[in-house]
Design a protein around this ligand. Sequence first.
Ligand code: ATP
Ligand code: MG
Length: 401
Amino acid sequence: MRILVIHDLAGRNDQVQAILDRMRDQLVDTIVVLGNLLAPDIDLRARPAAFSAVLEQLTAPGRPVYLIPGERDYPLEHLLQAVRAHRGKTSLVLVHRTAAPFGCSDVIAGFGGLLTKGAVSDGEHLAFAEWEVRAAFEHIANFNPLFQLARRRIFLFANPPRGNHIDREGEHHVGLESLNWLLRVHQPDVVFTGGPASGRGIEVIEGTLVVNPGSLAEGSYAIVDLDPLHAELKHLPEEQEEQRGPFRSIVVAIDGSTEAWHALELAAEMARQHAARLTLVHAFEPIRQPLGEPNLSAAIEERIAQGEQLLEQAAVLVADLLPERELLEGPADEAIIRVARSKQADLIVMGARGQGALRSLMGSISSRVLRSAPCPVLIASHAAVEYKEKEQFSQVESVRT
Ligand code: ATP
Ligand code: MG
C-alpha cells in the first residue's frame, strides 16, 4: 500500500493538480489529506462551493481519500455537507473523531482541528479542547472492534505531538504532550500529522513513526509505503514553479457588460497559461437613499442576490479554473482594489467600458482603477471585440465568396 500524504492545500488548486498528475508515476493507491483545504482569506459564503471543488478534484483520480479537517477548515458543517454530497461517488472518508477500515486489514483513526487547553472554535479556527481527543480515542478503542482487531493502526492529527523537530515553529515546539500520551497508550504503527511547515520531517516518537509532510502550498508532500513501513518527503519539481508565469494571482472585474465578459475570457486564458489563481469580483452599488428598515435590508439583500447570480454565471464559464468569488459593496473601483490587495494580485483584468450609457473611451471605474491599482491592469476594449468579430465575419465572407 502506497500513500500520498498532503497537508495545507491552502486553496492552491494548481499544486493539488500537480501532485495528482504525478500520482501515477509514484504508484500511489491512497490519498491522506490532513486539512487546511482552502485559501486562508476565503469568504464564508464562498466556502461550501470551495470545499466541494477541492473534494471533487481530490477524488477525481478514483483513489480512496481519507480526510481530517485542519484548523482553518471552518465551519465544520460546510465541510461535512461537501463530504456528504460526495457519498456514493468515489470513496471519501472523513476520519475526524472516528475510525475506518483502511485496505483489507488495517484501521485509520483521526482527530482534526486545532487542539487547545480549553478554548473552542471561534469562527476563525476549528478548535477542540485536548481532553476531547482522549475521549474520542478511548471511545474508539473500547467500542470499535475494527480498531481492536486491525493488523496496523494509522492515526491522523492536524497538530503534531511533541517531538524534536516535527513540531518546531522557529525556536518553539508547538507539539502536544497529550498526543504523545495517546501514542504511548494505543501504539499506532504510523502517524500522519499536520503542523508547522518548518517542522516538515519524519521522526520516531514513543516508538511510532510520525510524518509531518509540510505544506503542499509550498510544494511539499510525503509518500509512505506500509510494506515495509517507509516514509519519504518530497517536493514538487522546481520546474513546476518555473512554469508559472509572472502572473500568479489574477483578479477580473465583472459587471455583466459585454466588455467585462470579454475581460473574463482574457483573464481565464492568462490564468490557464500562467497557472494563476483567478478571482472574480463584483461590487454592488451601495444604497444611498434613506430607505429605513425593513426596506433597506430587503434592498441590500436583492443586490447581493443579483451579484451572487452574476458571479455564479461567470464562475460556470471558467469552472475549470476553480475561480474564487468576491462580492463586495461598492464603490466598485475601491472594491476591486481592495480585492486585488487581499489576493496579492499580479494583474487586474477589466473592460474599458461597462454598463454606463456614455460612450467615452473609458468608464469611470476602469479609469479610477487604472489610476490607483497596486498592480498592472489589463483593459479589454470594445474596439478589440468589434475587431475580432469583424475578422471572424470577413473570414466567413471570404469562405462564402
Ligand atoms: P460609467 O460607469 O463611468 O458610466 P461604464 O459603466 O461604461 O461607465 P465602467 O463602469 O468604468 O464603465 O466599467 C468598466 C469595467 O469596470 C467593466 O467592464 C468591469 O470590468 C468593471 N466594473 C464596472 N463596474 C463594476 C462593478 N460594479 N463590479 C465589478 N466590476 C465593475
Ligand atoms: Mg459602470
